[in-house]
Design a protein. Structure first.
Length: 451
């Protein structure tokens, strides 16, 4: 009996230590079993307390009356599947007649308390079927990306969501995106994860970093073009517009519109072209967009209008030509001048890290979801990297990117430097690199080679 008591005390102590120091390990060893038992035992009473039951049908009441049996209890949604995961539980529910997916979403917070889980979110899979995802611990406190990731061309895993799933940046589904965040909010780490995820892919990276290139120049071996000041940025954007027009001419030449060609083979963008003639896609990363929109003289105003016009054209027309925009900044609003609101309307993806004022959150999510605005302004300063990600559909999630140091991002870009495509239109803007001599080299526009 004494040995059994000692063993029980040791198990309890080990469980408490794991829960305190390693929540993920605790969940996989003890937590998942306790959570499954809680859900199964409390399910009927919790659903009734949360108002997620329906009265018994008339035929059941009639049958009970005829057979002189007790009145049937209200019926909760059917459990179609209960699946444990490495971060929580996935509960798939079949709704009863008269129930709605919004009822489950509205009761998410009450379900979290009743089942003693860290977080509960829900989404409708199809008519009458709702998926409830429960997390057993704070997965964003210490981000650990799963070993198995669903990677595809132009689809990059960049962060972890609060429900334990992976947040992907899918350029073919969401071509252009806006990322906002105050200083020391984690915006640079998010950008490094994006570049590191794109580095192994067949894609050309183009950077515009008006902070003299301090953020993007260390990653220059994987960039096909870089600009570190507004003047060079204006010329680089004009070159991208020229490339876009050339790609459209190629698509027109390869469309193959005839009565003998199936509709599925008619080319409308670069992804419909045969692989041997398909141009390489281009991702344009703008590190601080406000520096491109500010001006102090008439000449700078003309340059600013030229830059914003080129960005708007790329945002409106670049998707089919395989040119995707990733706009980052601390502020992005109408105070930056004409054309900014038009540009924002084309940026479908929205990500907001900690911001200093509610106006910045409204810039990102005011036209998408008021709840996302509220969530963005509540991000605490001590949780760097925590962000709100949403899109034009109104859906949003809390995400956090795994910490990637600048050294790790540089090593990744250097490892895949051989994948950097040389684009003729952007050749003058290819960053000049030297050997490891320890002497810093300024970033400048390269001189074109003439025959």
């Amino acid at each position: 009996m004494t040995a059994l008591t000692v063993a029980l005390v040791l198990v309890v102590a080990a469980a408490g230590l794991l829960r305190w120091r390693r929540p993920a390990w605790y969940w996989l060893t003890f937590g998942v079993t306790f959570a499954v038992l809680r859900v199964l035992v409390r399910y009927a009473s919790v659903m009734e307390a949360c108002g997620l039951t329906v009265p018994p049908s008339r035929w059941r009441l009639t049958l009970a009356r005829v057979t002189n049996r007790p009145t049937p209890n209200p019926r909760p949604p059917r459990i179609l599947r209960l699946r444990p995961t490495r971060t929580g539980l996935i509960l798939r529910l079949g709704l009863r007649p008269g129930q709605d997916a919004f009822d489950v979403a509205a009761a998410s917070d009450r379900l979290r308390h009743s089942f003693s889980m860290y977080g509960v979110t829900s989404r409708e899979l199809r008519s009458g079927v709702v998926e409830v995802r429960m997390t057993g611990y704070d997965v964003l406190a210490r981000v650990q990306m799963p070993a198995k990731l669903d990677t595809r061309p132009m689809r990059v895993p960049v962060a972890l969501r609060e429900d334990g799933s992976v947040h992907y940046r899918d350029y073919r589904a969401v071509p252009h995106a806006l990322t906002l965040g105050a200083t020391e909010s984690g915006k640079s780490v998010y950008q490094r994860n994006l570049v590191a995820g794109l580095a192994p892919m067949d894609v050309a990276l183009v950077g515009i970093d008006c902070k003299q290139g301090v953020e993007l120049f260390p990653l220059a071996r994987r960039f096909s073009a870089l600009a570190d000041n507004p003047d060079t940025a204006a010329e680089l954007l004009d070159a991208l517009v020229s490339r876009m027009e050339g790609v459209y001419q190629l698509i027109r030449a390869e469309q193959r519109i005839s009565s003998a060609v199936p509709d599925a083979e008619i080319a409308a963008d670069i992804w419909d072209l045969p692989e041997h003639v398909r141009p390489v896609p281009v991702v344009v990363l703008v590190d601080e967009v406000a520096e491109l929109a500010l001006y102090a003289s008439k000449e700078e105003e003309k340059r600013r209008d030229r830059i914003i016009t080129a960005l708007v054209r790329l945002a409106q027309l670049g998707r089919a030509a395989g040119i995707y925009l990733e706009i980052c900044g601390q502020r992005f609003g109408s105070e930056l001048g004409k054309g900014i609101t038009m540009l924002r309307a084309q940026l479908t993806g929205r990500t907001a890290h900690r911001v200093n004022d509610e106006t910045s959150a409204n810039v990102a999510f005011g036209d998408i979801s008021p709840d996302a605005v509220l969530a963005a302004i509540q991000i605490p300063a001590e949780t760097r990297g925590l962000a709100i990600a949403g899109d034009s559909t109104g859906g949003w999630h809390r995400i956090r990117a795994p910490h990637t140091s600048l050294r790790q991002a540089v090593n990744t870009c250097n490892r895949y430097a051989d994948r950097t495509p040389a684009l003729p239109e952007l050749a003058p803007f290819r960053p000049e690199l030297t050997d490891a001599s320890g002497v810093p080299v300024p970033l400048k526009k390269a001189t074109p080679v003439t025959a």
